[in-house]
Write a protein that binds this ligand. Sequence first.
Ligand SMILES: O=C(O)c1ccccc1NCC(=O)[C@H](O)[C@H](O)COP(=O)(O)O
Length: 261
Amino acid sequence: MDILEKIVLDKRKEVALRKTLIPVSQLEASVLFNRPNNSLAVVLKNSSSGIIAEHKRRSPSKAVINNSLSVQDVATGYQNAGVCGMSVLTDGKYFGGSLDDLLTARAAVQMPLLRKEFIIDEYQILEAKAYGADVILLIAAILTREEIKQFSEFAKSLDLDVLLEVHNQEELQKSIMPSLDMLGVNNRNLKTFTVSLDTSKSLSALIPNDFVKVSESGISNIEAIKELQPYGYKGFLIGENFMKTDNPGDSATNFITSLTS
Ligand SMILES: O=C(O)c1ccccc1NCC(=O)[C@H](O)[C@H](O)COP(=O)(O)O
């Protein structure tokens, strides 16, 4: 069983339990539920840096990255750095995150927030909206084409952006549909945990121009971004490279300054 299969197995149990604790009516009554969307896709289209900075305490590939920072400080630091949006990992078991992290980030900043989660049920999309997200992630490797269609259309009906993530050509080809805003190519091989920018490069030509292209994982220097920009990438999701430092906001500031100067 690979890591995604393990995560999904646990996620099904977790979501079943969460549904018994917080009914849909309570999520829909959240003050954030009617908040207008701040579109990450629109911000990325108009940005010269395209940085989406992630809050990531730990991961299956790297164990602990940084456990000692407040989400509020990280979010404020990223916003001050001028990133286009922030990704907040909300999975607890494998990444040490939570929906409260998303809520804390939402209270601290106005920029677009991505709920980084392993979505396998519409209920999690309602949670994303209720806790202040602007964007959801759908992972093609764990969903059928029918589920991608159902979940992305449901997200659009709630005024959320949709980032669809793929790892290979097969996942990409089954996923293309008009209810997606952004197509993300994940450079991390989830069987070996190795990262290669070649994944983003080789899939770029297969992504129709209607979608904002995002490259995810393993981006640790500005040279990587300069290498990917000619392939049409407008968004770059960076986690560990910022989170492994004592001050992710300052690290993002220095990164963006070198990239845009
Ligand atoms: O990061 C992992 O080890 C991981 C393992 C299994 C599933 C997903 C995983 N990561 C989620 C992400 O997509 C990354 O956190 C994100 O792209 C940032 O990556 P990085 O800049 O390499 O921290």
